[in-house]
Design a binder for this molecule. Structure first.
Ligand code: FES
Ligand SMILES: [Fe+2]
Length: 407
């Protein structure tokens, strides 16, 4: 059972909250869409872990990421001029470059050259991959960014979209790794063959098997079909907020999905979806469809008074949820729990083992962090993520070893 104290420890990420400090210190964070940073264009405001930052792209294409407040007297650098590969604060004209160096302090008459070198600009390393700018907000030496299989792909093989939601980040991770809702919540959007693969309604009772890994765990959702054969879907949880979702149809040229639940503050997250394909360009139909539905989703899911836009007429006509898109169904259920769900009030069942394991994993990690140790599954310089991919397939029997399914 999760106590109220444990719930706080697991969910709170702002300020000195241990979970937030651990996440910032030990893991890279996807922060903003690369496409939002125009070369030489306006800085973009980004909020992570309750703190405000700006990201911008210089004229020569590099990305800067720094605290939003100007180091002089705190004017927002979102207002700054993007000049000569640096940001110039509009208030007194201090000019700061991507590497954190202050280049000019025009209002310091006495010793501008000496003075500018004493100013500490809080700036953060960045890397771009899968259509996103990633940053590391910790202190000390920067660990190398994670080499996920989607990081180095060309633009037509990976694209990202994200949506801000009124819910704590952990609800996002939990939704991602919860395989047992698929055949119920999403039933109106899956074809019969997909249902068969994802989960038939008759055998919706899932058997989970797990394999702990140095980076998190693998969760195999096993469903026995009427013929005795077993359908396996293996989701990968990668610390601290990644869920790699197996494709609904098997085959190694299928588009893959990774969902990343990144804390904006205690009561909001940005849920990033990266669709990628390591073999060929991603499905462009899907890309267009997402581009159309996601902006709408922003207006729907956060409005509780209107039942998040649920359409009862659709339901009367056979749609299970009254929502027209799988992703929206996920967002609505997650946000409807409230900003921070009280986990001391839940009734978990055996299908919730992935959830229990996730919380245990995070709890053990944060306790180690509090004790001054490196959390389990922390990202270390030597960690290789490149072979990690979600998989699925058929097995002769539910007793077969799902771990040998090809990845
Ligand atoms: S507040 Fe930015 S230069 Fe003064
Ligand atoms: Fe879902």
């Amino acid at each position: 059972m999760t106590t109220k104290e444990d719930n706080d420890l697991l969910t709170r990420v702002e300020g000195d909250a241990p979970m937030g400090r651990m996440l910032r210190q030990h893991y890279w964070v996807p922060a903003v869409l690369s496409s939002r940073l125009e070369t030489g264009g306006a800085p973009v405001r980004v909020k992570l872990f309750g703190k405000r930052y700006v990201a911008y792209r210089t004229h020569d294409g590099r990305v800067g990421f720094l605290n939003e407040a100007c180091p002089h007297r705190g004017v927002s650098l979102a207002l700054a001029r993007n000049e000569d590969n640096a940001l110039r604060c509009i208030f007194h004209g201090w000019k700061m470059c991507v590497t954190g160096e202050v280049l000019e302090v025009p209002n310091e008459a006495a010793n501008p050259e000496g003075f500018r070198k004493t100013v500490n600009v809080h700036h953060y390393p960045t890397v771009e991959g899968a259509g996103l700018v990633w940053t590391w907000l910790g202190e000390g030496e920067t660990p190398p960014p994670p080499n996920f299989e989607f990081m180095g792909l060309p633009a037509n093989q990976a694209y990202a979209c994200g949506l801000e939601l009124n819910s704590n980040w952990l609800q996002g991770v939990e939704a991602t790794i919860d395989s047992s809702h698929i055949a119920v919540l999403h039933q109106s959007h899956l074809s019969h063959s997909q249902m068969d693969m994802a989960a038939t309604r008759v055998s919706n009772a899932v058997r989970y098997k797990f394999d702990d890994t140095p980076y998190g765990y693998r969760a195999a959702a096993l469903r026995e079909g009427p013929d005795g054969e077993c359908l396996a879907r293996v989701t990968e949880f990668i610390m601290p907020y990644y869920g790699l979702i197996p494709p609904i149809n098997t085959g190694d040229d299928q588009d893959r999905t990774v969902i990343i639940a990144v804390p904006i503050d205690d009561e909001h997250l940005i849920q990033w979806y990266i669709y990628y394909n390591t073999k060929r360009p991603t499905d462009s139909m899907k890309r267009t469809q997402r581009a159309n539905t996601w902006p709408m989703a922003g207006g729907i899911v956060n409005d509780a008074d209107q039942h998040w836009g649920q359409d009862r007429r659709l339901m009367a006509n056979g749609n299970h949820t009254g929502f027209t898109d799988i992703v929206i169904e996920d967002f609505v259920t997650q946000a409807s729990m409230g900003p921070i769900v009280d986990r001391s009030e839940e009734y978990l069942c055996s299908a919730d083992q992935a959830i229990v394991r996730l919380r245990r994993h995070l709890m053990q990690s944060v306790k180690k962090f509090i004790a001054g140790e490196v959390p389990i599954s922390a990202q270390s310089g030597s960690r290789d993520y490149s072979g990690i991919t979600a998989t699925g397939g058929r097995m002769k029997s539910v007793e077969d070893d799902w771990r040998v399914l090809p990845r």
